[in-house]
Design a protein around this ligand. Structure first.
Ligand code: MN
Length: 261
């Protein structure tokens, strides 16, 4: 009755299936998205020791943490955007948990992004990928492999300029296409947010957030190690904290991937 899970445990034990960590370290130096005034900034993580084997707690160590819900590797819930405000089950505590496990479709555009940090995925790119790998199944994550997570330090990662940040993402028409014409869970990216750095200037602004959350879909950001996943066939486990009416949350994102590539 449980043979599939028994086989999975065997495969995890003998290394046929690997657990890949898709999560950035979460600390005070973790880069957080920078919004121009008058928009309210999200604070970086700060940490205060409650006790560390001392008078406050002779045998125990623990901390208080303060951070924005959208810090580091994190999950975007539909309620995060005004377009998803009135949808049912739109926050971290009400999304059905089955949505937290799904297969990964990885589109590799790292070569294009190496030449152009403002690269935008188009629906033609998606269709070209599908011609090779098959249609993106319902309930899958579309993970955009850009190589961006290899950038070291806040400056290189956020890549700010006079005219705002420059980082890759999705073209307006592609965001609309993915939201309306594919049954994906959402999109996952290596950058600080699911929208491109320049997306504030697009029409509509921040189209990935606008269309995806308006369609009840999710986002995953600041992912790493996407280069360790096959184009298809990996399973993503991404469960946000059950924050009551949470708009998102930092989380540990794991992938189960075949050892042989
Ligand atoms: Mn977010």
């Amino acid at each position: 009755m449980t043979h599939i899970l028994t086989d999975l445990i065997k495969a995890l034990t003998n290394g046929e299936v690997r657990v890949v960590d898709l999560t950035q370290p979460l600390g005070p130096d973790t880069p957080v998205i920078d919004l121009p005034p008058p928009f309210a900034p999200s604070p970086p993580l700060s940490k205060e020791t409650i006790s560390e084997y001392d008078d406050g707690g002779p045998a125990w160590y623990w901390n208080t943490i303060r951070l924005g819900e959208h810090t580091g590797t994190h999950f975007d819930a539909p309620v995060h955007w005004i377009t998803g405000r009135d949808l049912p089950d739109n926050s971290t505590d009400t999304i059905p948990v089955a949505a937290f496990v799904g297969q990964a479709c990885v589109i590799d555009v790292s070569a294009q992004v190496a030449k152009n940090p403002d690269f935008l995925l188009s629906s033609e790119d998606v269709l070209a990928w599908e011609a090779e790998h098959g249609r993106i199944p319902d309930g899958a994550w579309l993970l955009l492999r850009t190589g961006w997570s290899k950038r070291q330090g806040r400056e290189a990662f956020l890549n700010p300029a006079e005219d705002g940040p420059h980082s890759p993402g999705f073209a307006v028409e592609c965001a609309r296409f993915l939201a309306r014409d594919r049954g994906i869970l959402g999109v996952g990216v290596e950058t600080v947010g699911t929208d491109a750095g320049q997306a504030g200037t697009f029409d509509p602004p921040f189209p990935t957030h606008t269309f995806m959350h308006g369609a009840g879909k999710f986002g995953l950001t600041s992912l790493i190690n996407l280069d360790q996943l096959p184009s298809t066939g990996a399973v993503v486990i991404a469960a946000p904290l059950k924050i009551v009416r949470g708009s998102g949350s930092p989380l540990r994102v794991l992938a189960l991937a075949p050892a042989a590539r």
